[in-house]
Design a binder for this molecule. Structure first.
Ligand SMILES: [Zn+2]
Ligand SMILES: [Zn+2]
Length: 271
C-alpha cells in the first residue's frame, strides 16, 4: 500500500449486530493489521429504541451487552492497531431527541452522522432501487442534501459519513448537483464537522468514492478536516481501496487526518 500518509485509519467498520455484516471484530482487526492500518474504529448502525429500521441495526439492549463488551475485548488484544468505538447514527427528522438520548448514554469515541432514508424510502438498499425510476432525480438530490444539511446543524454528530451517498446506484439529476454539495460543505464548515472520505462507492454501481474527488479541494479550502472509512461489512473490506482514497485526499492538498477519542478530535499531521 502506498504510504504517503504516515497515519492510516479506517473509522467505518460494521459488525454483524447490524444483521447485514459478517465476521467477528477480531477478524477485522487481523485484516487491519495485515493492511498496515494504524487505527480502526467500529461504527455500527445505532439502535433506535422506537423501532425505526429495526431490520438493519442492533437492539438497544445489545449496545452495552454485546457491542461495547465485544469491542472492549478487541481493544485489549495488543493495541496494534488502536481500536476505537464509534457509532453510525442515522439522521431522521423528528427523532433528534431519541438520537440524543442514546448518544449521550454511551461513551462513544465518535459519532458518524448519515442519511439513508428520504421519508420512508430506504434509497441505499437493493429493495429500494426501483424507486429511482419513479422519482424525479432533481427533487431526490435536492431533498437528500437538504437532509444532510439538517443533520449537520443538529450538533449531534462529529463526522458526516458518505456525503453524496444518493449517487450510489448511479442515477443522477439532469442538472448538475454540485451546488447542493457545495452548500452542504459550507454548512459543515460552519458547524465544524469532520468529513468522511469513504471508499465504499468504489464497490457500488457508481464506482466513485464518497464524496466525489472533485469536492475534496473545496472541502480543503473551507478548512474541513477529514477522516477515512471503508464502510466494511466483512473483514476483507477493511481498508478497501485506501490507496485510491489517500491519492484523492493528497491530490486535494490534505496533509492532516482526524483521530477521535471520547468525542475529542485530534488532527494528526500526515508528513
Ligand atoms: Zn451508512
Ligand atoms: Zn456504514
Amino acid at each position: 500500500m502506498r504510504r504517503g500518509l504516515t497515519i492510516l485509519v479506517d473509522y467505518h467498520l460494521h459488525t454483524k449486530l447490524c444483521k447485514h455484516a459478517q465476521g467477528e471484530p477480531g477478524d477485522y482487526l487481523v485484516m487491519a493489521k495485515q493492511k498496515g492500518l494504524d487505527e480502526i474504529g467500529f461504527a455500527d448502525h445505532m439502535p433506535v429504541p422506537t423501532g425505526y429500521d429495526a431490520a438493519h441495526r442492533m437492539e438497544i439492549g445489545d449496545l452495552e451487552k454485546v457491542y461495547f463488551t465485544e469491542l472492549r475485548k478487541t481493544q485489549k488484544k495488543d493495541g496494534n492497531p488502536t481500536v476505537r468505538i464509534g457509532i453510525e447514527a442515522d439522521f431522521v427528522p423528528g427523532l433528534e431527541d431519541v438520537l440524543a438520548g442514546v448518544l449521550s448514554g454511551f461513551p462513544f469515541d465518535y459519532v458518524l452522522g448519515s442519511v439513508h432514508f428520504i421519508g420512508d424510502w430506504g434509497f441505499v438498499s437493493r429493495k429500494g432501487v426501483g424507486e429511482y425510476h419513479r422519482r424525479n432525480m432533481d427533487e431526490v438530490f435536492r431533498e437528500y442534501f437538504a437532509l444532510v444539511r439538517e443533520a449537520a446543524r443538529t450538533g449531534l454528530f462529529d463526522v458526516m459519513a458518505h456525503l453524496d451517498l444518493i449517487k450510489k446506484y448511479a442515477y443522477f439529476p439532469d442538472k448538475t448537483y454540485d451546488p447542493w454539495v457545495w452548500r452542504t460543505l459550507e454548512v459543515m464548515a460552519e458547524y465544524d464537522l469532520c468529513l468522511e472520505v469513504n471508499s465504499s462507492g468504489l464497490r457500488a454501481p457508481v464506482g466513485e468514492i464518497y464524496p466525489g474527488p472533485r469536492f475534496l479541494s473545496l472541502a480543503r479550502r473551507l478548512g474541513i478536516p477529514i477522516t477515512l472509512g471503508s464502510d466494511a461489512h466483512r473483514p476483507g473490506e477493511v481498508g478497501w481501496a485506501f490507496d485510491r482514497l489517500v491519492a484523492a485526499v493528497e491530490e486535494a492538498g490534505y496533509d492532516k487526518i482526524c483521530l477521535f477519542h471520547k468525542r475529542k478530535r485530534m488532527e494528526v499531521s500526515l508528513h
